[in-house]
Ligand binder design. Sequence first.
Ligand code: CUA
Length: 330
Amino acid sequence: MRRGSLIQLAALAAVAAGICIAVALAIPWLPEAAGKEAQRIDLVFWFTTAIAIAVFSVVAAVITYSVWKFRARPDDDSDGPPVHGHTGLEIAWTAVPALLVTAISIMSAVVLAQNSNAGSNPVKIGVLGRQFAWSFTYPNGKTYGFLELPVNRKTQLDITSDDVIHSFWVPQLSQKQDAVPGQHNKLVVTPIKTGTFPVICTELCGLGHSLMRSHVTIVSQADFAKFLKGGASSGPAGLAVFQQFGCGGCHTLKSAGATGTTGPDLDKLKQDATQAHRGSLTAFIKQSIVDPGAYVQPGYQNGVMPTTFGQQIPADKLSQLVQYLAQNGK
Ligand code: CUA
């Protein structure tokens, strides 16, 4: 190949690479990394992207060059020149991709091993998925509907489910882990930034799936220690139950900041109870929780509200929840 052609090829490759690099850098493709694991995953992502851009640029340059230099003239009906294989080229285009793919596998294996290393003394937090809410159990035995993590320390999440398969995901921490009934999947996170980020269910798990969200607050180690000592105020006892069992995933309740619309609006409970003619307000609320099929508010479908809350919510917590809802309803 002549020197001039090589320069033209290189110029085409540079143009293709320039466009790809501009697109890669101008758009914020990844959420900010709030954990060490996320940083490592981003590194693998960018390493793979850089290789992809390099390969694409070479291929795009060769194709463009061929279309431009070797196209047939409109009146040219002759046969093309006989071309034989090129052993050197064939070895190169087999060996180079093999090396690149091997490099990606080695890097991924190293990152996977680092990311699943919980170290000798991680904070341990239990994560439970349930239609349609997350609950988190801390080393002090307390359970809340939100996740709180200390910065710059490894935390090992023990993830499981009460009913169907859910999947735990915090975009800023990068990793996803399935919550499977009867199985305890582990996930190690090492936050590096304080702040509040969303916790999302990323496995289609039923009607309330899109609302199965919570949040993670990453705080200093001192604040986390305070939180474990019970310093965090979680409001009225009934509100904690409401959050723990994820009622807000499907229902609206202003005082709890819940905006779900899959089930009836709980700010209208008194009105609905009057309409339902089913005894006192508290009796109506209790029955609606433990036996949701007994009376279904007009406009809503039977069978959407899980029938398992009667067994899941301990009696004392159930009465706290009923009292809380009765006080809130209009
Ligand atoms: Cu739980 Cu989707």
